[in-house]
Ligand binder design. Structure first.
Ligand code: DC
Length: 672
């Protein structure tokens, strides 16, 4: 996950490959609640691991449920069996509507009948999302609910005395036209108090987002409860309904998350490319799977089977559509972004529920699409999008809304829409995708393709022990970029040479060795032939051999392609001696790092002492100066600043100061 203030997306021009979707948020949290209320143990397979499921799991734990993680990513939930284990708890539910609403309903009826006092709160935005209709419905039963902040909104207190009774004989009325989650919450919770007779819920107003209610009914059936249905206006829970665990349940991939990759395929899987989506398919129980039809109407070519989809670009540019999106409220956001690539104006209507989601999504979508150049008209319950005449690079606000971030990431294909100069886009607070799809951007970069010259590179060259590596990895971390420690490639070649008894001047075997290195990167660790050699690389013997072989043009040439292969989405920070001069001459920012020899010797001395290795400062300095000399004076790729490099003497700077300086230069070179 990219836990950084912003993430820059270079202009991309194609996409292909396979993505495995994380579990559905809607299914995950419903299943967790049902398993948490059931007696016995439920093994939940492929559960979504995200912010929203984490708050649900934490809530269930606080209430006395037992949650155990299995090795294979499954979770074992041992539920309450409908009996409260704790009488008091304060639950923090983040911004998860799928946790707040059903837990409010379940705890309200449990507290009212078994006694207890529970407080439910969330982040500020959660406290701006309405819950009054659900509270009104629960009060009809006799539940005692107090608003702790604003009337009609969380936080809430749910309380009651042991032995309390609820009025379940008369139908309970609930509004269905603000959020279908109110009805879902009642349907999930009311079986808890169905001992005395059947309970009927009547929906007032037109029920929106019906497919989400379908998921609820479907999962209730899996837990042994069949709700009788009279159209979409009356639902009856049979007398003495009891949750019965299915023992094991699989969570299908998230169909709303699939929409980004269906759109990606429709936009960028051209010329024989294909996007394969695994985890959700033709057999899905999620309503958002019907996004596929809308995408097809816009031009996508989609094939579907059980648990998979394959998408290719069909029509291009995409076809503009006019669509009532009430049946796919979440995935419809993705259509608004596909509209950037359509011929004509796309109109999405009946989307008033967008206004009460993680943010006011109509306003947010309109504002951000305009930033990239689109013409947008917004109304109370619709949005109209006309593609940009001129694409603009934009710093895109995401409003702590995962879907805004994922949707707008698809605005980085301006080159495919015919923009003369394709533009990058900046996604602010990319971490918000953690709500449902923590690794979304990793997946996007895995599938997305960009011409190498469009993938930004920052080079940091400089002499030994100047702190290049530290600076490079800190800068890369802040930008979410990859790193290339090119010195390590010379060191690995040197280590391999030592191991194979190859001499430091063998211009035949050394390049062959360099070309055949079997390397694997595991975070900060480097594996050669499957063995971790990270520490060995730092040995003096290896460093000295590296310095020797680095002077050979044959070795340098042999390592060329390997170094270039590090230029991958979304960007690269490369450090070494010739990154800016030879390997990445087109790098957008070149830094030449220096520090006095005395300072560098001192730093290295400290490092070695920390590792328990004793050396003499004077020897270290002499050695550094000798290596500088050799790196500077060799005929190939000698150590020197590129002509367009910026010099940074960090002798008197902390690491943070150096990082800030580089980021400041980087910012000046970007359009955001
Ligand atoms: O930065 P380092 O100490 O890990 O580098 C090891 C050796 O490799 C060093 O002697 C310089 C050489 N090198 C090089 O010639 N070109 C590079 N791009 C990186 C390192």
């Amino acid at each position: 996950m990219f836990d950084i203030p912003f993430l820059d997306l270079p202009p991309m021009d194609g996409a292909s490959g396979t993505v495995r979707l994380p579990g559905s948020k809607s299914i995950s949290n419903r299943v967790l609640l049902l398993a948490g209320l059931s007696a016995g143990t439920t093994v939940v397979r492929d559960l979504l691991d995200s912010d929203d499921t984490r708050v649900m799991l934490a809530g269930l734990r606080q209430l006395g449920g037992t949650i155990e993680a299995e090795g294979d990513g499954s979770v074992r939930v041992t539920g309450l069996g409908g009996r409260l284990q704790v009488q008091e708890a304060a639950l923090f539910l983040g911004n998860a509507g799928t946790a707040m609403r059903p837990l409010a309903a379940a705890l309200a009826v449990l507290a009212a009948t078994q006694g207890g006092r529970f407080e439910l709160a969330g982040v500020q935005r959660m406290h701006e999302r309405p819950i009054g209709d659900l509270v009104d419905a629960l009060r009809q039963l006799g539940c005692n609910i107090d608003y702790l902040g604003t009337e009609g909104y969380p936080p809430l207190r749910l309380s009651g005395q042991p032995g309390g009774r609820l009025t379940t004989a008369a139908p309970i009325r609930v509004r269905g036209d603000v959020s279908s989650q109110f009805l879902t919450a009642l349907l999930l919770a009311l079986p808890l108090v169905s001992q005395d007779g059947p309970i009927t819920v009547e929906v007032e107003g037109e029920l929106i987002s019906k497919p989400y209610v379908e998921i609820t009914l479907n999962l209730l059936r899996r837990f042994g409860i069949t709700v009788a249905q009279d159209g979409w206006s009356r639902f009856t829970i049979p007398q003495a309904s009891a949750y019965c665990t299915p023992g094991e349940i699989h969570v299908e991939g998230d169909a709303s998350s699939a929409s980004y990759f269906v759109a990606l395929g429709a936009i960028a899987a051209h010329g024989g490319r294909v996007i394969r989506i695994e985890g959700v398919g033709a057999d899905s129980i999620q309503g958002d799977i019907r996004f596929v039809e809308a995408a097809q109407a816009m031009g996508a070519q989609v094939q579907a089977g059980a648990g998979w989809l394959e998408v290719r670009r069909g029509e291009w540019p995409l076809r503009a559509i006019t669509l009532d999106c009430n049946h796919i409220p979440d995935a419809a956001m993705t259509l608004a972004v596909m509209a950037l690539y359509a011929h004509g104006t796309t109109r999405l209507s009946n989307i008033a529920s967008w206004r009460v989601k993680e943010t006011d999504r109509i306003a947010a979508m309109a504002a951000e699409l305009r930033k990239v150049g689109a013409t947008v008209v917004e109304g109370g319950d619709f949005i109209e999008v006309q593609p940009p005449a001129r694409w603009q690079a934009a710093a895109i606000h995401t409003y702590d809304d995962h879907r805004m971030a994922m949707c707008l990431s698809l605005a980085s294909f301006s080159g495919l829409a015919g923009a003369e100069v394709p533009v990058p886009q900046r996604i602010l607070d990319p971490r918000c995708v953690g709500k449902t799809f923590p690794d979304y951007f990793e997946a996007l970069f895995h599938l997305g393709q960009a011409a190498p010259h469009r993938i930004p590179v920052i080079t940091i060259d400089g002499p030994t022990a100047s702190g290049k590596g530290t600076l490079a990895s800190a800068v890369a971390h802040r930008l979410g970029y990859h790193t290339l420690d090119s010195g390590s490639l010379y060191r690995v070649t040197a280590l391999a040479a030592i191991r194979h008894g190859v001499q430091g001047d063998d211009v035949l075997r050394l390049p062959a060795l360099a070309r055949s290195l079997q390397l694997r990167f595991q975070g900060e660790r480097l594996l050669l032939d499957g063995v971790d050699i990270t520490d060995e690389l730092r040995l003096e013997e290896v460093g000295s051999m590296a310095s020797r072989i680095a002077a050979l043009p044959e070795v340098r040439l042999a390592l060329n392609d390997l170094q270039l292969s590090f230029r991958r989405l979304p960007g690269l920070v490369a450090d070494g001696r010739d990154m800016g001069t030879v390997i990445f001459p087109d790098a957008r920012l070149k830094v030449f790092l220096t520090a006095s020899a005395a300072m560098r010797a001192e730093r290295r001395h400290k490092q070695l002492i920390q590792k328990g290795i004793s050396t003499k400062l004077a020897d270290l300095r002499a050695d550094l100066e000798m290596r500088d000399e050799r790196d500077r004076n060799r005929t190939v790729a000698p150590l020197k600043p590129a002509e367009d490099a910026v010099l940074l003497d960090n002798s008197a700077l902390t690491i943070e100061q150096s990082v800030d300086e580089v980021l400041k230069w980087w910012q000046q070179r970007n359009p955001f």
